[in-house]
Design a protein around this ligand. Sequence first.
Ligand code: GDP
Length: 465
Amino acid sequence: MDLNKTVCALATPPGQGGIAVVRVSGPQAYAVTAQVFQPLHAEKRVQDARGYTALLGHYRLRGQEMDETIALFFRAPHSYTGEDVVELSVHGGDAMAEGLLEALYLAGCAPAGPGEFTRRAVLNGRMDLTQAEAVMEIIAASGRQGAALAKTALDGALAKTIAGIRSRLQTLSAHLTAWIDYPEEDVPELAPGELTAALGAAKAQLDALIDGYGAGAVLRRGVDCVLLGRPNVGKSTLLNLLAGFERAIVTPVAGTTRDVVEQAVQLGDIRLNLFDTAGVREVGPEGDAIEAEGIRRSWNKLDEAGLVLAVFEAGAPLSAEDRALAARCEGRPAIAILNKQDLQPGAAALAAQQEALRPYFRRLLPLTAKDPASLPVLAQAVAELLGAAQVDTGAAALCSARQLAAATAARDALAAAIDSQRQGLGPDAAGVCLADAQRALAELTGEDAGEATLDEVFSTFCVGK
Ligand code: GDP
């Protein structure tokens, strides 16, 4: 990326809206804007505008006065990108924003690539890569908890935690190097337990970050969820409860829900990406082909899903289909929903059913899908099962698969270092592993990240961010 170029892009979503904001960043941001933007008061000059000030005027395209425009000025390095930045607000809707972009291109501005403003912020040292990824996560977050988690990362909590670990490893590593390279210098030897204790403490911090990743990801991005059960247990009713309107066709006739339908619903702080599936039942070779295909897809989804809601009719004897479903849920993030509690199933039947299902599920949840009051109960159960209820949104957390991979590599290198000491291998062995861990952590924060890593991270960004 050429930081000498001045770039521009629409920073607000395309389409109709109150205002559209076009952002201009780079060394020529003021010069380019001066060619396009005419302040209302003729004595005002764009080039003289101080940072954090605004001017009212209009923009011109090919000599023609276009829309009323407000220009907001930021002077390097006190801007999002760390460069000179001008944000131009015009009326929302595509026409005026596109006209403004055209005028800026004609004035010599280049179109910004996906995530280019944030990438420039990283290259100019305004934020590290973990914070840049947090920007993306804030934009993508569907729930407030997820956004809060990303905001914590943007504020630098993860960057700070990683910096702390790195600095401690750096001290250890310096010590080991001195000891190995200058044996005659009388560098005090680390007590045998001291090195492993220090390594263990750093590893524990990384373990905590790695363990918390899944729950954080659920809060930020939601979870793929399947809803399964034999016909008539109330899956469609449950889906309607979740969706908040009559979306699935609820009918007392078995087998109307045939397709795997995707729909995103917000359940408390968690977005569920739902697959409403065909009723689970065994179909012989002579059975309904469409239904069989639906069932195959249901099973596949069950294996991939981050959350399985398996629905049963409370107190009803378990059918072969029920048992097949339960067995399939073993070891998975699955909740058994014992639906239709309002029909007041007998206590003995209910107890027997729970007994039979318990070994396969992490949670049994008596529910009445017909009753809207069931929603918060279900939300709480899901948040607890996925660990989302226990997430501290103010604490440092990993917020991308890339960060998780780097943290895991660093953790594994530390584990190898500890292992080498347990086996009585010399300090060199620990030193090599420590260097590996340091490299992985530098990759995590982006300090050591190559062009390819940056390309990969920013390819997921939208243009204008
Ligand atoms: P599906 O085949 O699993 O999708 O089941 P449906 O959602 O179509 O429900 C089948 C029947 O059970 C319908 O008549 C629903 O009204 C009824 N039903 C669903 N949930 C409840 C519930 O919580 N209580 C009662 N009493 N009936 C329910």
